[in-house]
Every structure is written in structure tokens, then in C-alpha cells.
Design a protein around this ligand. Structure first.
Ligand code: ZN
Length: 256
């Protein structure tokens, strides 16, 4: 499932192709999307393409097309539809952005307002320790809650907690000041490294950059998807537990 680094990678790759260009035409191939191209009043110039949390915002004059990739969506740049289940095409003078989405759960809608989301996980995170003190949720679930902090999903929550040396099952409010500060450092570090690596392509091969290339951060995962393998820090086997029904990977000796 695409998280912030995968969405940011797509936005950075597509921005020079579409920002300042005219969106000429939108084709909807899947009625389940519920998007009416007439609502976009095309052609129209793209004022900006940006990311907020895991959302992609294509800003037109007075309107925003809000795309969320959900489980299996990805954006592909090309001159002809790529293989796979293409649900949407956004046509520009130099080519098109295609939404490919095997499970058909991605959304694209014309919305005036941004969804309600917690702060971005970059910049000044000095608010974080105080926010953690107000929640008894397991810290991993806290990181996944888009209303608390935007953009983090199952892969990067595991990697962030490993980097910070914190057991994912601990209640957020029980973290010490020092642990909360380690977390505030690990969050942007891990996400920035994953963006630099162009995202994570898991063994299912589903996530690709808009160019069709794989991501590169899968080679740098410390714990995610590595149950039973040796922890890169201490050599102990990496554990997998379920928290709120989702697989959670961690090192029981490095993460306390
Ligand atoms: Zn370890």
C-alpha cells in the first residue's frame, strides 16, 4: 500500500510534466470512481500538483482533484495506456497520467477542501511528545492514525519504531521524554531516506514509480517483512505480532 514516500515520489516525478500545463481531457474507464469529468470544466491549467499526507492534490483554478491510491493504486506517465487495470486517464499536451489500480479501491474526486489530517511528519515536531501523552493507543497504531500525524502506514511505522528503539506495542502515553524525542527524529529521517530511495516495492511488485521503475528502499528495510531473519543491529531474530489485525515487525531485543 503506497505510503507518504511512494506518493511523494509520484508527485515529484509528475510535477514537471503537469504543473503549469493544460489538463485537456479526463477519461474515466471505471464508473465505480464516481468522477464526472464535466465537474472539472476542462481544459484548465494545472496550478500545482502536491501531496498532503497520502493524498495527491491536482489544483485547477477554483477546483482540486483529490486522488488517494489506497491499497493498490499507482500513477503512470505515458503516451498510451499501460498494462493493468487503468481506471482513469488525465490527458496533457505531452502525455497522460494513468491511474492503474488492480483492486479498484483508489479514489479520485473533485473537492473544495482538504481532508482532515494531522500535521505533516516533517519540520518542527516539538508538538509530538505532548500529543503522545494524550493517548493510550499502542504507539504503532498512533503512528498509523492519519488524524494524529499524516502519511505513515504499516511499512514505515515498523521502520520508524525500529530506528527509535521503541516496542510497537507500548501505549503512546508511556513513552519517556527521551523516547518521544528519538521518535521525533526517526520519523522524518526514515521517511526522507525512503523518498530518496524512491519508495518501497514489496515482493508483490505492485508499487512502481510513474516511469515504471521499481522503488529502491526495499533493500534498506530493517524489520518490515523480515520475520525470523537476523536483526541488522543485534542479530536476534525479528519478531512478527499482530496489532489491531495488522502484521507488525520488530526486534524484541533492540526495541523496548
Ligand atoms: Zn536487534
Amino acid at each position: 500500500m503506497p505510503e507518504l514516500p511512494e506518493v511523494e515520489t509520484a508527485v515529484r516525478a509528475l510535477r514537471p510534466r503537469v504543473q503549469g500545463e493544460a489538463l485537456l481531457k479526463v477519461e474515466v474507464f471505471d464508473p465505480r470512481l464516481g468522477l464526472d469529468p464535466a465537474a472539472l470544466a476542462l481544459p484548465a491549467p494545472v496550478r500545482a500538483l502536491r501531496r498532503r499526507g497520502k493524498y495527491i492534490l491536482l489544483e485547477l483554478p477554483g477546483k482540486t482533484l483529490v486522488i488517494h491510491l489506497r491499497m493498490s493504486g499507482r500513477l503512470v506517465w505515458g503516451e498510451a495506456p499501460p498494462p493493468g487495470r487503468v481506471r482513469l486517464a488525465l490527458h496533457f499536451p505531452g502525455g497522460a497520467v494513468y491511474l492503474v489500480d488492480r483492486r479498484r479501491l483508489a479514489t479520485a474526486e473533485v473537492a473544495q477542501f482538504e481532508p482532515r489530517l494531522g500535521p505533516e511528519p516533517f519540520g518542527d515536531l516539538s508538538w509530538l511528545p505532548g500529543a503522545l501523552k494524550r493517548s493510550r493507543m499502542p504507539i504503532k497504531n498512533w503512528l498509523l492514525d492519519q488524524g494524529k500525524i499524516a502519511g505513515i502506514g504499516n511499512i514505515y511505522a515498523a521502520e520508524i519504531l525500529y530506528r527509535a528503539g521503541i516496542d510497537p506495542r507500548r501505549p503512546a502515553a508511556d513513552l519517556t521524554e527521551g523516547e518521544a524525542q528519538r521518535l521525533a527524529q526517526a520519523i522524518p529521517q526514515v521517511l526522507e531516506e525512503a523518498i530518496a530511495g524512491k519508495g518501497t516495492t514489496l515482493p508483490d511488485g505492485e508499487y512502481r514509480q510513474p516511469s515504471g521503475e521499481l522503488g529502491g528502499f526495499q533493500f534498506r528495510l530493517s524489520v518490515y517483512g523480515r520475520a525470523g531473519e537476523a536483526c541488522p543491529g543485534c542479530g536476534a531474530p525479528i519478531a512478527r505480532v499482530k496489532i489491531a489485525g495488522r502484521s507488525t515487525y520488530f526486534c524484541p531485543s533492540c526495541q523496548r
